[in-house]
Design a protein around this ligand. Structure first.
Ligand code: TXA
Ligand code: MG
Length: 339
């Protein structure tokens, strides 16, 4: 049985205690963070963590992020914490930044997908922080069935997990909408493993130039450092096509593609920052923040409306646009049309 715990009107300490008890009992609780919803379990409880992998259908070698609410907990999970990690934590925690560091013995290998490193993040959401404080560090991947778009609303979590987990805390829509930025600080050079809710430019202001792992750009080399990169991602059932290039050209190309697919008898959806004529349309908003917030919801919703093809407008790759384009290209299986 799944209890849906309503906290749309804000933090409720009594309800947090109920959810925290579930976590301490080894049960699964989905909860909102500022990025996306997470599917949480006690990070140090092997059995509980195993259930996360089962529920999501997630390959066992794809490691989880451990969420903390107090900087001191980082030292209990990780060792050899470099100066860069301290600087970044001071500046961006709580927030959409995940740091990969050498793990301590206490962190089970189930949690880290067999790796000797652990990914740690302090989320900036009052419900997430209260839940962790009332229980323990929580391992939580995004609360979607493996391969589906990440959840930005409790409804998305309900769609994927109702009946399969003990509780879902409904905290309304998540503010950022794309997952955290993942940076590896366990080796010589800081390396970006996943662009996300914290723009790379901001990280570089604090620690200087960061290497970008080739897999971030879709090159399938040396995936050993972040096994998550090799799996299919963010895919709705419809085929997604991304159109990139100069704005005027993109506009014409999208209109052209809509006609082309419709003439083949397919139902076509468009998600973009400006209006298009198609069978279904989802307006992503104007700013890169709005596009990030609406991205996963658009993919899920157009799918629900039963389109065969989703044509997505590409945006510029700076700021949050880096995370947006990374997710879109993956959702499209790298089917990109250059206009
Ligand atoms: O915003 C977020 O990060 C959300 C919320 C719930 O916090 N969580 C999330 O988790 O997106 P997940 O499991 O969907 O993505 C975690 C990513 C994966 O790409 C995984 O491979 C990588 O982090 N990762 C985790 N531990 C790692 C490690 N030890 N070394 C390298 N990559 C790691
Ligand atoms: Mg995920």
């Amino acid at each position: 049985m799944t209890v849906v715990i309503n906290m749309r009107d804000g933090l409720d300490e009594r309800r947090i205690r109920i959810a925290a008890r579930f976590i301490l009992e080894g049960k699964l609780v989905a909860f909102p963070t500022e990025t996306v919803y997470g599917l949480g379990a006690d990070a140090l409880n092997e059995k509980a963590v195993k259930r996360i992998f089962e529920a999501k259908g997630r390959p066992a070698d794809n490691p989880l992020i451990v969420h903390i609410a107090d900087f001191r907990d980082l030292k209990k999970l990780a060792r050899d914490i470099p100066e860069e990690a301290k600087l970044l934590a001071e500046r961006f925690w709580p927030g959409p930044l995940t740091m990969v560091l050498p793990k301590r013995e206490e962190v089970p290998l189930v949690t880290t997908g067999g790796l000797d490193t652990v990914a740690v993040r302090m989320p900036a959401h009052p419900i997430a922080l209260a839940l962790i404080r009332a229980s323990t560090p929580i391992a939580a991947p995004s609360a979607n069935i493996s391969g589906k778009p990440s959840p930005t609303l409790a409804e998305h979590v309900i769609d994927d997990f109702y009946g399969k987990i003990e509780a879902i805390i409904d905290g309304g829509e998540t503010r950022i909408g794309v997952e955290s930025t993942v940076i590896d600080l366990s080796s010589e050079k800081p390396t970006l493993l996943r662009p996300g809710g914290l723009p790379l430019e901001k990280i570089e202001e604090v620690i200087g130039e960061v290497e970008i792992h080739p897999a971030v750009r879709g090159k399938l080399v040396d995936v050993a450092r972040s096994p998550g990169m090799k799996y299919k991602h963010y895919s709705p059932s419809a085929q997604v096509i991304v159109v990139e290039g100069r704005r005027e050209n993109v506009r014409m190309k999208i209109a052209e593609l809509v006609e082309e697919y419709r003439s083949k008898g397919l139902r076509v959806g468009v998600m973009a920052t400006e209006e298009y004529d198609a069978d279904e349309f989802f307006h992503l908003g104007g700013s890169e923040e709005e596009v990030a917030r609406n991205l996963f919801r658009a993919l899920r919703e157009l799918d629900k409306r039963g389109v065969d093809v989703i044509i997505a407008e590409g945006i510029e790759e700076r700021g949050l646009g880096f995370a947006v384009m990374n997710r879109l290209r993956k959702a499209a299986g790298y089917r990109i049309v250059w206009a």
